[in-house]
Each structure stands twice: as C-alpha cells, then as structure tokens.
Design a protein around this ligand. Structure first.
Ligand code: 5GP
Ligand code: ZN
Length: 180
C-alpha cells in the first residue's frame, strides 16, 4: 500500500474490501461508493453501503462525499425490496462505539423486512430492535448480490423509482407554491 495510508486504513477490513484484498459480494460500485452483502446478515439480503475513502463516522464525510454515499441509497433500497420480495427496508448506521459500531469505517445498513418478521417491535411505549446475526456462505451471498443487481438495473424498477421520486417532487413543489 502506498504512502499517505494511515495505520487505521491499513487494518480496516472495509478498506481491504474496497482494494479487493478481502472477498466481498458486490452489489453496486461507483467512484465514491461501494455496496456489498453483510457477511453476518441480520436478515437474508442485508447490504452495507460504504464510502470508498476511509471515513470512520458520518461526521468525517465532506459534504460532496456524503451526497455521493447517500445518492445510490433510494435505488438500492428499492432494488433490495424487489429482489427479496420484502414489505419494507430498514436503513440504519451506527456511529461511534457507544452506538454499537464495530467496524470503524462508516457504513449504512440496508435490511429487507417482511411483515411477519419485523426488526422493530412496539409494546406500548417499549420499542425494541431484534437483530440476530446469521451466517451466510460466499456462494449464497454472491447469489443474493446478483439478484439485487438484477433488480437495480431493471428498467421497471428504475421507472417505479423515478415515478415515486417525481411525484414526491411534485408534492413538495405544490407545498412550496402554497408556502407550506
Ligand atoms: P456495525 O456493528 O459496525 O454497524 O456493523 C459492522 C457490520 O460489518 C456487521 O454487520 C458485520 O457483520 C459486518 N462485517 C464485519 N466484517 C465483515 C467482512 O469482512 N465482510 C463483510 N461483508 N461484512 C463484514
Ligand atoms: Zn476503511
């Protein structure tokens, strides 16, 4: 690894995935962002999205970097929902040790959720998350990544995504015009 690479970066498993030194089942890649299957998924189809540059936490991102990391999220979430025939997608990011972060290279978790198997349960005012990590073989992760990639590039999925985005935009423009 060349000059200017910090010790943290050298020992970072996600930097090793970006560099191709550690295998991963890749869902999506662009210059600034990488999405791949979580090796210990809390549900089948669990995806991680990371900046390709080593940034420990969300507040370490420059503005342009944060835009680049979050830009693919709507399309990825929709593709994940379609690929896993899920009812919903839970998106979360743990920032800092006290939040439970274990890999100190920023990542956003995308977890497909089925109605009969919720991640989050409410009992009155008690809200609990039930996250139990499983194990998945590389072959299984590769197959899931392929399924999600196929949905990501399906014109229908993209069209649905564009339609939703456009109607949201129209609504917010109307609200803006009304001064709301
Ligand atoms: P955190 O607790 O920091 O929010 O989540 C770290 C996530 O990274 C965990 O869900 C864990 O399963 C995942 N993870 C840790 N090491 C690896 C790895 O080498 N490859 C992949 N694909 N995921 C990893
Ligand atoms: Zn890193």
């Amino acid at each position: 690894m060349g000059e200017g690479v910090s010790t943290r970066q050298r020992h970072c498993v996600f930097c090793a995935i970006v560099a191709g030194r550690v295998p991963a089942s890749i869902v999506y890649r662009d210059r600034a962002t990488l999405a791949f299957m979580d090796v210990n998924p809390v549900r089948p189809g669990h995806v991680l999205v990371i900046p390709t540059a080593h940034r420990a936490q969300i507040w370490d991102l420059a503005e342009a970097e944060s835009a680049a990391v979050y830009r693919p999220l709507p399309g990825l979430a929709l593709a994940l929902k379609a690929a896993m025939a899920a009812d919903a997608v839970t998106i979360f990011s743990l920032n800092g040790k006290a939040a439970g972060q274990t890999v100190f290279h920023l990542h956003v978790h995308l977890v497909p959720v089925h109605a009969g198997d919720p991640l989050l349960r409410r009992r009155g005012r008690r809200v609990t998350f039930r996250l139990v990590q499983g194990r998945a073989s590389r072959a299984r992760l590769d197959a899931l990544a392929g399924r999600i990639r196929a949905c990501l590039f399906q014109p229908l999925t993209l069209a649905a995504h564009r339609d939703k985005f456009a109607s949201g935009l129209r609504r917010s423009r109307r609200r803006g015009a009304r001064g709301a």
